[in-house]
Write a protein that binds this ligand. Structure first.
Ligand code: FES
Length: 103
């Protein structure tokens, strides 16, 4: 189930970078960590903030609003003030284009 959506050229992101994309109503953050791409919801689960406006340190993204942290590989909320995990998305690369699977 779900549908694959093309999001970015794989060369658009370097290691340690992230970018926000929109697929319909959905805001998704794409991260590149150690040569691998990961995707999560781009809205913090605590209040309304865009995670890709925050900071990516290794595999942890820090929310720009209250400093909540999430593991970008698993979506796991890493503690105060964030408690609810982020949804993660499956990715694949087709002909150099990164695609996200949206449910
Ligand atoms: Fe992200 Fe509060 S909105 S930590």
């Amino acid at each position: 189930n779900g549908q694959w959506h093309q999001v970015i050229d794989v060369n658009e992101l370097d290691d340690g970078e992230m970018i926000g994309v929109e697929i319909g109503e959905r805001r998704i953050a794409i991260y590149k960590v150690d040569g691998e791409f990961y995707a999560t919801d781009n809205i913090c689960t605590h209040a309304f903030a865009i995670l890709s406006d925050g900071w990516l340190d290794g595999d942890v993204v820090e929310c720009p609003l209250h400093g909540g942290c999430f593991n970008v590989c698993t979506g796991k909320a890493l503690g105060d003030p964030v408690e609810v995990d982020l949804q993660t998305y499956e990715l694949r690369v087709v002909d150099g284009i990164l695609e996200v699977l949206c449910p």
